[in-house]
Design a protein around this ligand. Structure first.
Ligand code: ATP
Length: 192
């Protein structure tokens, strides 16, 4: 069985709430404690990409069969290619002695809850909806339609995160230092 400390951590919350910012800092400070699951894709390998390292490269038929067997936590199609994360890929990270961190949406969260991964869930919430919009705009990575789409999706992420039992810890990312400390405390102390 996976020791509790290696159980996957699922981080979710609205786009722009600061998940990547917090995780980037975590990986920089603890480079050997965490691992990434290897995604599956139907796209062709690029020069230098190795199967099982950069991606698990699958044919479309193999990918569709894996969907039928309910092997995916989440999957999506981008520009004609399918991409997804399997339960097994997350288990492989734990088997390598590292903690797998998943940054996924609410659909993915629900799907992880239907597995035997024993994951722990962190909901990263913005201080307010106004501040979330300010961060999305000041990030400067999205055009107006994309910002509006993210803000609309934020409402259901916030609703879900506020439901009893949806997460093990809710971290309000107001002050970054404080939020980061809460994340580290949760990951390393409560996991023992
Ligand atoms: N505590 C904070 N205070 C102020 N600004 C912050 C804070 N945390 C993150 N930000 C800023 O908010 C913006 C959004 O953060 P980030 O890109 O990490 O969000 P995200 O939740 O990972 O979004 P996505 O789901 O779209 O990847 C960035 O410009 C980041 O620098």
């Amino acid at each position: 069985m996976t020791p509790p400390s290696k159980k996957p951590i699922v981080v979710f919350g609205p786009s722009g709430t600061g998940k990547s910012t917090l995780l980037k800092r975590l990986f920089a400070e603890y480079p050997t404690d965490f691992g990434f699951s290897v995604s599956n894709t139907t796209r062709q390998p690029r020069a230098g990409e190795a199967n099982g390292i950069d991606y698990h490269f699958l044919t479309r038929d193999q990918f569709l069969s894996a969907i039928d067997r309910k092997e995916f936590i989440e999957h999506a199609e981008f520009s004609g290619n399918m991409y997804g994360t399997t339960v097994q890929a997350v288990k492989d990270v734990a088997d390598s002695g590292r903690m797998c961190i998943l940054d996924i949406d609410v659909q993915g969260v629900k799907s992880v809850k239907n597995t035997d991964l024993g994951a722990r869930f962190v909901f990263v919430a913005p201080p307010s909806e106004e501040e979330l919009e300010r961060r999305l705009r000041s990030r400067g990575t999205d055009d107006e339609p994309s910002i509006l789409k993210r803000l609309a999706a934020a409402k259901s992420e916030l609703d879900y995160g506020s439901q009893e039992g949806s997460c093990d810890v809710k971290i309000v990312n107001d002050d970054l230092e404080r939020a980061y400390k809460s994340l580290v405390d949760f990951i390393f102390e409560k996991s023992l």
